[in-house]
Design a protein around this ligand. Structure first.
Ligand SMILES: C[S@@+](CC[C@H](N)C(=O)[O-])C[C@H]1O[C@@H](n2cnc3c(N)ncnc32)[C@H](O)[C@@H]1O
Length: 322
């Protein structure tokens, strides 16, 4: 069996992170030099922090809260540990199934398998929604049973759900799928060598990471020259009226659904807030360029770096490593 979840190495222990039974090496941001996160404030404690916070602590957002940068990973981990078992059901309920259409479109635009088998990595891959679509697309449209996907996520609980799900598919126990636990911001070079993948996808994951530039840097590193970076993420709605309706839905219905269906209001409140904190389309496009990717023009649509879905509720950004 190709690198299955079962064969993963145990986590390097590091309190206070809870250990997952399905683990690989997870490097934490705070084990590295201070991040260059554009989403973090570089100096001084935030006014929201307690007065006990040491001077010079770097802060970032966790939803609408300001937290010390080194806490965000653990906070995000708690959210996804909490939602893992209800994640797929909740995704359908919250988006009324629309996330499926977006994911279908995301994958169809990438044409996996169209020009021969591809080595793909789906980062922040959670329960494997994108990986399954990539493999199905390659098989159904191009009779390709060799394209493979490494699903990478920081959270063992999410990967566990994905692994269970893939057990019901024809891909289980084949070299086409592997689940690996790692931090998108610092994937261990031994396990994720440079210039390895043809396609790097990340769907609804990058906004949860402490440093978006660090994620992009890693994406650039692991892609082969000529490889494609593709990100599906919640974004900014362009029409103000639609934006107001969308805000009302998000802030009232989603946390309520979280309470009713998953008994977890807080996690779903975070998910909604985190969407509002993610940079708008042009800003994110610039970050992709700054990471070294070649992109289309700095605009939406044909020939541009991004494509809006449903008026900008979500958008697809792409770039190529030349
Ligand atoms: C909203 S889910 C998206 C899952 C999947 N891509 C999908 O579209 O259904 C976000 C995922 O990002 C993962 N994640 C958050 N921070 C991460 C990080 N620093 N590195 C890798 N994965 C991370 C979470 O554990 C979670 O599984």
């Amino acid at each position: 069996m190709h690198r299955s979840l079962r064969q993963l190495r145990p986590l390097v222990p590091k309190a206070p992170v809870r250990l997952s039974p399905f683990s690989s090496v997870v490097r934490h941001n705070h084990q590295h030099a201070p991040s260059t996160s554009a989403s973090s404030s570089a100096t001084g404690p935030s006014p929201n922090l307690s007065s006990g916070e040491p001077q010079g602590t770097r802060t970032t957002h966790f939803g609408f809260k300001t937290v010390p940068e080194e806490q965000k990973e653990d906070l995000v981990r708690n959210v996804f540990e909490s939602v893992a078992s209800s994640y797929d059901v909740m995704n359908d309920a919250m988006s009324l199934g629309v996330h499926r259409l977006w994911k279908d479109e995301f994958v169809a635009r990438l044409h996996p398998g169209a020009r021969g088998a591809k080595r793909c990595i789906d980062v922040a891959g959670g329960t494997g929604d994108i990986a399954l679509r990539i493999l199905d697309y390659a098989r159904e449209k191009h009779a390709d049973r060799e394209t493979s996907v490494d699903v990478v996520d920081i959270n063992g609980e999410m990967l566990k759900e994905g692994f269970k799900r893939f057990k019901k598919t024809m891909y289980h126990n084949t070299p086409q799928i592997a689940f690996k636990q790692a931090n998108a911001q610092a994937m261990p070079e031994e396990e994720f060598p440079s210039n390895t993948y043809d396609l790097y996808t990340i769907a609804f994951g990058i906004r949860n990471c402490t440093s978006v530039p660090d994620v992009l840097k890693e994406a650039y590193r692991v892609l082969k020259p000529g490889g494609t970076f593709a990100c599906l993420e919640f974004s900014r709605v362009n029409n103000p009226l639609f934006g107001t309706l969308y805000d009302q839905y998000s802030f009232s219905v989603i946390p309520l659904l979280g309470t009713i269906l998953a008994g977890d209001r807080e996690s779903y409140q975070y998910l909604v807030e985190s969407i509002r904190k993610f940079p708008p389309q042009p800003e994110f496009a610039k970050m992709i360029v700054d990471a070294g990717f070649t992109t289309g023009g700095m605009h939406e649509g044909k020939g541009g770096t991004w494509t809006d879905l449903w008026g900008g509720i979500a958008s697809i950004h792409t770039g190529v490593k030349l």
